[in-house]
Design a protein around this ligand. Structure first.
Ligand code: 1PR
Length: 540
């Protein structure tokens, strides 16, 4: 098999890129020193995380001159995400750090006054000239807070062809190419078939690859799509097998005393099924901690390794991401656990209970960041986009706002005694312990710590098939700027339409609706398309 050189400077989920490269018929040779770059024919520089951190890493290992030489010699080069950004002159993310300056332009942050930042999800890379298999009617997976603003003619004057995307009222650079170089802000390895096509065209050296996409003069609807996410709660059942399960208000046992853990299927197979139905992301929540197992043997690591071979959209893993002690007594940090998951194919980790504890400590310290929380450490090492906080709130009803110091919502579904207000209490340990911290306190604290996204469950709604808690979603959306994934209660495609039309949620997640075979992800997306939402369509 032909080879490609991959420069890994600890940039997060490199496994998916390797899987994607192998899927399109190439093998990876690792670049271990600047001399290896000189030997490389095709070179890929992946990247997630912080612009300054990335450049400092590359600089201290002596890679920058070798990369510059490779690109300027016109040899095949692909930069992905921060691997794109380093080719520019600089970024407001780290004004003191200079980029390679091969492309004369700088990056700045998306404006978050009118939209969620980071920009996470599926967007276009549209161009009046197709290159490297890019199609103006395809959608690609982006995750970043800083972008190269598109200024018509600026990069073209330097000889680059440009594909752009639009987020709110900002148009930015999605990909550029010149000769044998293709650099993309999006992640081809996470962009389903559309991304694999781009990767293959680059590796084949097929810069003018014609894909049969839309004629370039066709109108293209640009913008971020609404994401539909499939969530798999995974645990060992009573016979010790790893199964996908699903609770009603977090109770995963069949009704009746001594009921078995509900077994709805096998995690790897189900993830593949949802990917092929068009799920924009797949989330695994490990709802037992597999306490008796050494950390390095966590069953979810193998689930991720297997899943990432066939599922080319982002994978999130949650459950048990916290500092812990291994079975042999060794201390293992949350960052080390997250690293194992990233190396196994996860793109994001989702933190539940530990985030609540961290938020409580943050307020107790007078809103001072300690730098020591799992959220801060993981986001510093892998970027904000790699950290999701999974919130498990439940309603506490009150008759008037004065009855509590917490942020309340005036509710249209009053409490059991006719109470007209409620606040949302955070829970930990899978909903078993309720804390005196509300959902606004929690989400604002974890946003300050560097969380990239909120997975907003709702225990009252979980498994009820009665629709999302719109009041909860509005409440949280109005308090933070990072994206929110609405979760809990989806029972039919109309519930997805409802949550996207009545709230500003960035994504919506379903579990039971898909596992019980009531509806497919495709049916949900068809309904959304029918109602006029911009949605990524699955490409074979
Ligand atoms: O606290 O960091 O170890 O994380 C534990 C994680 O496991 C948390 O994300 C928590 O939400 C999840 N979890 C713990 N216990 C349960 C349980 O069900 N007994 N699952 C549980 C929560 C996840 C929801 C569900 C939606 C949609 N379920 O995301 O998928 O409610 O369901 P629906 O569409 O069927 O209504 P830590």
């Amino acid at each position: 098999m032909p080879t490609v050189h991959l420069l890994d400077y600890v940039a997060g989920n490199i496994r998916s890129l390797v899987n994607a490269i192998e899927k399109v018929g190439y093998t990876v040779e690792w670049v271990k020193s600047p001399e290896d770059v000189e030997k490389a024919d095709r070179l890929i520089l992946p990247g997630v995380g912080h612009f300054g951190h990335c450049l400092n890493q590359l600089s201290s290992a002596g890679y920058l001159p070798a990369i510059r030489k490779h690109v300027q010699a016109g040899k095949p080069f692909m930069g992905i995400c921060v691997g794109l950004q380093v080719l520019f002159e600089g970024s407001s993310e780290a004004p003191e750090v200079a980029g390679l300056g091969i492309i004369k332009a700088t990056l700045d942050r998306f404006d978050d006054t009118t939209k969620s930042v980071p920009h996470i999800g599926w967007n276009s890379a549209a161009s009046d000239k197709e290159f490297f298999g890019l199609r103006s009617d395809s959608k690609y997976y982006y995750v970043h807070s800083y972008k190269v603003p598109y200024v018509k003619g600026q990069l073209e004057a330097q000889g680059w062809s440009v594909a752009t995307a639009r987020y709110g009222d900002e148009e930015f650079v999605g990909a550029v190419m010149k000769d044998n170089a293709l650099i993309t802000q999006f992640h081809p390895e996470k962009s389903g078939m559309a991304g694999l096509r781009v990767l293959k065209a680059f590796l084949d050296g097929d810069a003018t690859s014609s894909t049969g996409g839309v004629s370039t003069s066709a109108p293209v609807t640009e913008g971020l799509t609404k994401r539909v996410i499939a969530c798999l709660d995974v645990r060992a059942n009573d016979s010790g097998d790893l199964v996908v399960t699903k609770g009603d208000q977090y109770d995963v046992r069949e009704k009746g005393s001594g009921g078995d853990v509900r077994n709805l299927g096998k995690p790897v197979e189900m993830a593949k099924k949802y990917y092929e139905q068009g799920a924009d992301e797949v989330t695994f929540l490990n709802i037992t901690s597999f306490r008796d197992c050494p950390v390095a043997d966590l069953p979810m690591l193998e689930v991720l390794r297997q899943t990432s071979k066939t599922v080319f959209v982002p994978l999130t893993i949650g459950g048990g991401i916290r500092d812990t002690v291994d079975t042999d007594g060794t201390k293992v940090s949350a960052l080390q656990i997250a690293t194992m998951y990233f190396k196994s194919g996860a793109d994001k980790v989702s933190i539940g209970s530990d985030a609540v504890t961290a938020a409580e400590e943050y307020y107790a310290a007078g809103k001072k960041l300690s730098g020591k929380t799992a959220i801060e450490q993981i986001s510093k090492a892998y970027g904000n986009q790699a950290v999701v906080v999974s919130v498990d709130p439940k309603r506490i009803y009150v008759s008037s706002p004065e009855e509590t110091t917490h942020s309340v919502v005036k509710t249209s579904t009053p409490g059991p005694n006719g109470e007209g207000y409620c606040w949302y209490a955070c829970t930990i340990k899978g909903g078993r312990e309720t804390r005196d911290t509300d959902v606004i306190q929690l989400t604002q604290a974890v946003e300050a710590m560097g969380t990239g996204e909120i997975l907003l469950n709702c225990i009252d709604k979980d498994g009820t098939n009665s629709g999302f808690d719109l009041e909860l979603i509005d409440h949280v959306k109005s308090a933070i700027t990072i994206p929110v994934i609405a979760s809990s209660g989806a029972g039919n495609p109309g519930h997805f339409t409802e949550v996207f039309s009545k709230t500003k949620t960035d994504a919506a997640l379903g579990a039971g609706i898909f596992h019980r075979g009531e509806y497919t992800v495709t049916q949900v997306k068809d309904e959304l398309i029918d109602k006029g939402f911009m949605i990524r369509q699955f490409e074979d």
